[in-house]
Structures are given as structure tokens and as C-alpha cells.
Design a protein around this ligand. Sequence first.
Ligand code: G3P
Ligand code: CA
Length: 258
Amino acid sequence: EPGITLKKNARRVQVIAHRGAAGLAPENTLAAVKKGLETQADFIEIDVHQSKDGEVVVIHDPTVDRTTNGTGRVADLTLAELKKLDAGIKLDSAFAGERIPTLAQVLRAVKGKKKLLIELKKGEEDYYPGLEEKTIQLIRENRAEEWCVLQSFYDPILDRIWKADFVIPTQKLIVGKIPFLPVFIDHELKFGGFDRYSEATAINVHRHFASKAFITSLHNQGFKTFIWTEDDPKNIQKLFQMGADGVMTNHPELIKRQ
Ligand code: G3P
Ligand code: CA
């Protein structure tokens, strides 16, 4: 058995299906979201960018090059242009015809069956004007406030969410913290302290930097932590034993619950 089983009476931890469930279908497609929904994961995680005409679309990179049969920046393509691209064929011809979904489509697919962890990205060169407000608006329109959580690496994005008149859990993504240093390393190799994230409910750490001591220190500062991204079930078990509140994985089907 390659997987693990979480015990019924154990501390309740969160399993987060990464990029839909990228181990089971092309990342960030409706096919991946549907696969994720079939597992026992608690959350589906997706990444969002903004099209040229201001639509919130679900894709990881700021360009379409890696995951689709097209080229160019998401910010330079309209939704109609993005929708012409094949987001499945590069992984497996069995998924040919998969499209880049909109956030609205994913919200309608998830529909509260699980929680949805939405990661707000920035463009290749700059932030997307209004991405935070549009994401919030879509959550409102879909009455999804109770089952959505927002996360980002980027402070200007988090600050805009915190300034909006909207109550939703937010999580700050970091790479990690070098042991013995009082500061963490940011995604863009900036260094900082945790004080400015008092409005965040969690600080999400790269798996290489997860340790019992670091997780305990985050808990003592009032933060939960979801560790990204681990696919080996034995290591996932270890992260939960260290005290992780959740683990993001491309293979949520390997984690069962008693
Ligand atoms: O969700 C956390 C993790 O997804 C951040 O890394 O690059 O997979 O979006 P990335
Ligand atoms: Ca992500």
C-alpha cells in the first residue's frame, strides 16, 4: 500500500489537493478539480491570474507556455484567446480539449463540496489591477464565503485583501526560515518578520523548512501552517507528526481517513 490512513481519533489535519489534484490530471483544470473532489482531501488548491480583459482565470504560471499549446502572457491574452488553448494535451492526449478554467467555473464545480484555497498570483512583471476585488466579487456572487480561503506570496496582494470590506481567512506563503535566524525568506528572496502578518490565519511554509520547532513557534505566534508541497505519504505523515495543520499534495488520493 503506497498510501497512509489518518486515524479517526487523531488531531484533525487538512489535506489540500494541490493545483486541483495535479498528480491525477492536468494541473489547474476542471478535470483536476473533479479528481480532487473524488478524494478525501479537505481542500482543493488552485492558482489565479487575470486575462487582458479582466477575467480571473485558473492557471499557475504568468504565461501559458508550459501548460498549454499556446504561448504568451496571460495578461496579454483575452479570455476568448485563452479559451482556445488546450490545457490538457501537453500532459496526456487523454486530456486533450481541457481548457483553462475561469475562477467562476471552479467555484461552480466545487460548490462547497470541499473548501477551496485560492492562491492569488502576480503577473510576470507587475500586479494585476483589481485581481483581489474581482476574486472577492466572484466569491460573493457564488455565495462561497464559508468555504473559500485566500493565500498569496505577495504582500501587496494580501494588503489589498485586508483593506477590502470582506471577512475571509487569508494565508501568507513563505519559503521558510533559516534555523537560528529570527527572520524568514520570502518568495522573492526578501527577508522579514511575522509581525506584519497578524491578520493572516496561517503562514504556509515550504516543506524543506518545516520542522517541529518552526511549526511550534508559528503556533505560539497564533498562526496555523499548511506545508507545501509534499507527495510522499510517509513524509506527509512526518509533517503531521511535527504539528503541521495541513499539507498540500499533488496526490491526495494516497491519504485516506479511517
Ligand atoms: O499552495 C502553495 C503552493 O502551491 C505554492 O507554490 O508554485 O505550487 O503555487 P506553487
Ligand atoms: Ca499554488
